[in-house]
Design a protein around this ligand. Sequence first.
Ligand code: PBE
Length: 317
Amino acid sequence: MKMKLKTTRKLMVLAGLVGMLVLSACGQANNSAAGGGSNAPDASANGAGNSTAVAIGEQVDYEIIGIDPGAGIMKATNQAIETYGLADWKLIEGSGAAMTAMLDKAIKAEEPIIITGWTPHWMFAKYDLKYLEDPQKVYGEAEEIHTVARKGLKEDHPTAYEFLDRFEWTSDEMGAIMTAIQEGQDPAEAAKAWAEANTDRVDSWTEGLTPVDGDKLKLSYVAWDSEIASTNLLEYVLESKLGYDVESLQVEAGPMWTGVASGDVDATAAAWLPLTHADYWDKYGDQLDDLGANMTGVKTGLVVPAYVNIGSIEDLK
Ligand code: PBE
């Protein structure tokens, strides 16, 4: 909390300084136009915040760089545009990979960029980034990642069910796998290496469970970097420790949920609740089995490089 206040105060000081520069520049322009006469009384009419918003908007073309259209963060961002009155702004669809590529490019050029971001994500370790404050709580508060299974998995595959039910880890643990993948390691290799280096954690999820002999199991996930990490770890543990033959289906967010709800897929560890996937939960929640959080304290929102001179979504208006 203290950190946050400190950052906010710093940002306000910065915003104030920029505002003063803008105002004095306006004053000068006015002065010379008027032949060095009066002070410019209209210079403060828009306020420093507003001119900062215009400057940022023009620099980034009023574009927020989004990801795949099925992601919950896209729906939340459209809601943010409405709630904060950002009618000039548009949300650009793409993918997680395209978004991080654009972020990298912008940072190398030291240009502003606004992205839809989330934690855990390797980008926060690689770059100096900040969330824009969200005073209206459009992106929710205590978000969690849940594991959800098809109905009947408990009876059909009790070992897998019990393991999935026990599975929970931290964002730092996931972050270690994500970073290894981002640095070029094959996802399956990165998951294996993490599991081998953290046998106590893996054992706590598998202890006392009876391995099976090649039973087939299907997981679904979306190509979000966080979910690539978790799904590869689950696949590794299910195969190498519990004897399953796992197929991990990379799909869009909608099919990820419908697959489990219809029973075509056994489980997914990529259900962001209660807010991010609220739509999917409302539609399919009663057709599946919620095994609870595999990670708590996760977050989504609008993210900018630390050098971008705004602190809140409100500053975009
Ligand atoms: N995410 C990552 C997903 C959930 C996992 C935040 C991009 C989403 O918005 O649906």
